[in-house]
Design a protein around this ligand. Structure first.
Ligand code: GLN
Length: 490
């Protein structure tokens, strides 16, 4: 059973159903793989081995007694910014390094209700701020394709765990690309649904009007299973939208084998192919677009807001929301508290200075500045207006196309410890953040390798059109094999 970790979610579900293996055997296999290889990758902050095996035994018992939930006993893992009752939720931060949530996030609960088993919590950039996963209090995550390189961020633990075969699927969150960019760097598929599709209740807030959870898997079909499980209206999140969740998995089974993309108009925005885009990465994206055409799609020129403007807008608004959201971490109610405070002011100051890392502090300072009296109109209000214009440009583009295709990131994964400046790192988000400003669904899927490192193509859909993203990717993955590649570990 040494290849259990290469199976798709559907193959796992079938294997459990036909008793080729039990959930306990399956879970033990993944736990053994984590124990052997995760020292080098560092994708997990917490492995809940005992709890997972207990749940696997329960799943096997329930199945034997006639429980027919198809995903009963399938392993997965959660990004560590999702509250999990009785299990640490650190957010990759010293501030929450001892925080055990007293309740489950709604999406965690939804996934458990479908029978999935969580193997633990996945490493991330502190408070989901970052693009390289070097900003975790629990150490950097390593890219399984080259352990000297970054996995991307902030959901670098989720992407690297799926790529490494530690779990078939994992949750992530995406405020400005944190699912798509690490998916691209680690050669897996990652989808961020429409804002409002998945409840934010119990997901530690970074920038609330952008934050959205989503799914990582090796294929669109694997992602569809997990996304299906987690989505749905939640009255506990006022931005959750009461809209029926389509049967994405069922839709994928209907994708035609001959010319599956016939009639699909794929918008290609020139603004996302300009200077800054690595030429080899561009060549891989061009190749993938040719495959789309062979599958029946037509390419259409569209225009979007200059991504440099989008980048500036995001890096003003997201820190502003972060500075407000993170004000709750004061060393008093929960989280890290400094030793021997001299007085209340000292308690606040030192708890926050010692509990937050440099990048989080930088964002809090930028955001507080943008929100302060005298600057609010010039920065925050102005950026909100630009946000609307960015959305308008997307809506206009969608008048002539059904889906938009761009590179996910301008480069492949770079070296750990390269000491890039914050501005250089932010540039890596240039193609992903527009989607979050507009609340659109988006997905990254692998399209090949440059120098042995994966390249991802980003698809952007109309609001609520996750099905178009998944179906298009499924068609591509039916005709190509990049998503089946696995890194060689150890
Ligand atoms: N890299 C972006 C940032 O640092 C996006 C992070 C995210 O999506 N959580 O803000």
């Amino acid at each position: 059973m040494t290849t259990l970790h290469t199976l798709s979610v559907r193959e796992i579900a079938d294997g459990l159903h036909t008793k080729q293996f039990s959930s306990v055997e399956l879970t033990q296999h993944f736990l053994d793989r984590i124990a052997t290889h995760d020292k080098a990758v560092n994708s997990f902050v917490t492995v809940t081995a005992d709890l997972a095996l207990e749940q696997a035994r329960l799943a096997d018992d329930l199945r034997a007694k006639g429980d027919t939930r198809p995903l009963l006993g399938v392993p997965m893992a959660h990004k560590d910014n999702l509250c999990t009752q009785g299990v640490l939720t650190t957010c990759g931060s010293k501030m929450l390094s001892n925080f055990v949530a007293p309740y489950n996030a709604t999406l965690v609960e939804n996934i458990a209700n479908q029978g999935f088993i969580s193997l633990g919590k996945l490493n991330m950039d502190e408070f989901a701020m970052g693009s390289d996963n070097e900003k975790s209090y629990f150490g950097a995550v390593h890219n399984p394709y080259d352990l000297d390189r970054v996995p991307g961020g902030s959901s670098g633990g989720s992407a690297s765990a799926v790529a490494s075969g530690f779990v078939p699927v994992a949750t992530g969150s995406d405020t400005g690309g944190s699912i798509r960019q690490p998916a691209s760097f680690c050669g897996v598929t990652g989808i961020k649904p429409t804002y409002g599709r998945v409840s934010r209740f119990g997901m530690v807030a970074y920038a609330s009007s952008f934050d959205q959870a989503g799914a990582f898997g090796r294929s669109a079909l694997d992602c569809a299973y997990l996304l299906q499980a987690m989505s749905g209206y939640d009255p506990k999140d006022s931005t959750s939208v009461n809209k029926e969740v389509p049967n994405w998995v069922g839709e994928l089974d209907k994708v035609a084998s001959d010319k599956p993309l016939a009639g699909l108009r794929v918008g290609v925005p020139q603004e996302y192919f300009g200077t800054g885009l690595n030429a080899d990465v561009k060549a891989k994206i061009d190749d993938a677009l040719k495959v789309y055409q062979e599958l029946g799609a037509t390419l259409v020129d569209v225009h979007l807001t200059d991504p440099q403007i989008t980048l500036a807008t995001y890096y003003l608004l997201a820190p502003a929301e972060a500075s407000s959201n993170l004000s709750r971490f004061d060393g008093v109610r929960y989280g890290y508290r400094c030793e021997n405070p001299a007085d209340l002011h000292d308690l606040y100051t030192r708890s926050r200075s010692e509990g937050f890392g440099a990048e989080v502090q930088r964002r809090i300072i930028m955001g507080t500045y943008a929100l302060s009296a005298g600057y609010f109109d010039a920065y925050y209000v102005k950026a909100q207006k630009v946000r609307r214009l960015i959305l308008n440009d997307f809506l206009k583009a969608f008048e002539t196309c059904d889906i938009i295709a761009t590179p996910t990131a301008p480069t492949v994964a770079y070296k750990l410890g390269e000491n890039l400046s914050p501005a250089e790192i932010y540039m890596g988000d240039v193609y992903t953040i527009g989607v979050n400003l507009a609340g659109l669904p988006s997905l990254s899927h692998p399209v090949g390798f440059v120098g042995g490192l994966p390249v991802g193509l980003q698809l952007i859909g109309k609001h609520w059109a996750e099905n178009t993203l998944l179906n298009t990717t499924h068609a591509y993955q039916g005709a190509t094999a990049f998503h089946k590649e696995l890194p060689k570990l150890g």
